[in-house]
Design a protein around this ligand. Structure first.
Ligand code: ZN
Length: 226
């Protein structure tokens, strides 16, 4: 095998949705890598404007934007993010996942991202998953990401490195990181995290908005004291 296969370049691919976490990761990547690309998936999410928002943010960040259609992810199993007839779980049911869980989503996203990264000659992949506020989703856990990293390397005989800058941060810490990166306002105004599809501060009612707001209030209170 040609040794150049293993040569690291200073380029990275971010798995990007236009939400708070992946937008923070996008700007984190811009700090540590010279050239940043963003990959975004349409997987049948109810709020298709997510992709338009992601495109706008990538444009503002000066990052190449690569959208892909992957509706099969939403079609393989029922979940309330892609099925309009399902009412979204407000709380995590005892002993199971909330129905906002899209089984295998990060497995598929990261696998497709790795194939595309390889195509671009990129081996550093960044994802905004976090074990701290992971809502019970098993594919946000560090053990899963490390295991998948090994599997992807074996699958393609490459040396990928999956970076997870938010893995041990809670929402308050993630706001602090956005602020440190100089993009707190941008993240607050432009990103879409709300399950009801309202950008910025969102609907204020869904579990995602509540988590986001609680983190922001905590961070602003902490910042005010300093
Ligand atoms: Zn909301």
């Amino acid at each position: 095998m040609n040794i150049s296969t293993f040569r690291k370049s200073n380029r990275a691919l971010v798995v990007f949705s236009g939400g708070q976490d992946s937008t923070t990761c996008l700007f984190w990547a811009k700090r540590y890598f010279d050239e940043v690309h963003a990959i975004c998936f349409r997987y049948g999410q109810k709020h298709a404007n997510e992709v338009d928002i992601a495109r706008e943010i990538a444009h503002e960040a000066g990052v190449a934007f690569h959208p892909f259609d992957a509706p099969i992810i939403g079609n393989l199993a029922r979940n309330s993010l892609t099925d309009t007839s399902m009412k979204m779980d407000e709380e995590q049911p005892e002993g199971s996942f909330p129905n906002t869980f899209v089984p295998g989503r990060n497995l598929f996203f990261l696998s497709m991202a790795a194939v595309f990264a390889r195509e671009l000659g990129i081996y550093d992949i960044i994802t905004g998953v976090s074990e701290t506020d992971f809502s019970g989703y098993p594919d946000c856990r560090d053990s899963f990401i490390k295991s998948l990293n090994v599997s992807l390397n074996l699958a393609m005989d490459e040396q990928f490195h999956i970076h997870t800058p938010l893995m041990w941060l809670n929402k308050c810490d993630t706001w602090a990181l956005a602020d440190e990166l100089g993009v707190l306002d941008l993240v607050r105004r432009k990103t879409l995290t709300c399950y009801n599809g309202i950008p910025g501060d969102g609907c204020g009612e869904c579990p995602s908005c509540k988590l986001r707001r609680k983190g922001l209030e905590e961070y602003l209170a902490k910042k005010g004291k300093n």
